[in-house]
Design a protein. Structure first.
Lengths: 199, 199
């Protein structure tokens, strides 16, 4: 599958089948995440996989808000994965401090996306969650208090395999050539690329 | 190409051929980045592509330090892409404020990696740079002062296409099942997955 196809096929799955996920498939997603690049090859991540349905349901409760529909779908997810931010190596720490940029967050975004892209190859669906009660999640997963969990990922067999139409900005609106805001590629080139990518 | 193969093939390319990169290929990488997921579908990114060799060389100078070897390779890169962080939409802004998490950095990490993975499919190489003189880069690219540039990406035809051996933590050291630090998958399963992924 071409990368464009894979990226198009990945979508935020919010309805899962009531089917357990094989550990081999979970390990395959983790292997994809392992290959992710990171600042100074720091690899500042650890994945806690909750694939016991009862424990996943308890974890799901920590992603919702009373009287709100937010994240209610997580209760159906047979697996929830927490990405714990580990201390970056010294070079990444010093670089991040001097440049005032938490590189590890970009690293963790990349690793999460590697995980989710491999899930598509395995016939699985995912949804990344940034909104949850981090303190409660950490306590439940025995994660040391001083570490953080930037993201959770739900994982399972999607009820529907076909993604909805992706809602994204137009290609020609997300780039410039040479200077910010300067579009010097003929409009049609961008359109041609999009056309040629349609199947 | 399977995603594992693609992820294995991507490496930080620090030697480029003196060959221009076709705009069609750059647009294809941008299209892959366009498909990236983001918090609240905020898509907080804009890509400034510098593919004029003289301008790329000026930009390269803003990634180095006097008397240091750091990022010297950027001078050989025929294309440098700056990722500008755009204001997230209101939901992502409010969520990020309440949870004290700059979601946009994770989003930008993912988009950068989409760009780099597609580059591999196009026979191109990339290297992400987090260390550069951001103020000078913004001035050169006419990026408004209040916006930030979390990452630069060098892009070009790699002198060598074969990646070096990837240095990464072992698979069994980056995950736990159930609770943090708790490995209850037999060690061999993780090893089997790695063996089956070797070609």
């Amino acid at each position: 599958m071409s990368f464009h196809k894979l990226a198009n096929k990945r979508f935020s799955v919010r309805k899962y089948k009531n089917t357990p996920v094989e550990r081999e498939k979970i390990l395959s997603c983790l292997e994809a995440a392992r290959l992710t690049p990171s600042a100074c090859n720091s690899q500042p991540w650890h994945f806690v996989v909750v694939d016991n349905p009862e424990e996943a349901a308890i974890l799901a409760d920590k992603t919702t808000l009373p009287l709100s529909k937010l994240n209610q779908f997580t209760r159906e997810s047979p697996v929830i994965v927490a990405i714990v931010a580990e201390k970056p190596n010294l070079s990444a720490q010093i670089g991040g401090m001097i440049k005032k940029k938490p590189y590890y967050l970009m690293d963790i975004g990349m690793a999460a996306e590697h995980f989710c892209l491999q899930a598509v190859e395995e016939g699985l669906g995912t949804c990344m969650l940034g909104w949850f009660n981090e303190k409660a999640v950490k306590e439940f997963l025995s994660v040391p208090a001083k570490k953080s969990i930037p993201l959770l990922i739900t994982l399972g067999y999607p009820e529907k395999e076909l993604p909805p139409n992706k809602i994204r900005a137009k290609l020609e609106d997300i780039y410039s050539f040479g200077k910010y805001g300067h579009l010097d590629t003929p409009h049609s080139s961008a359109l041609d690329v999009r056309e040629s990518l349609k199947e």
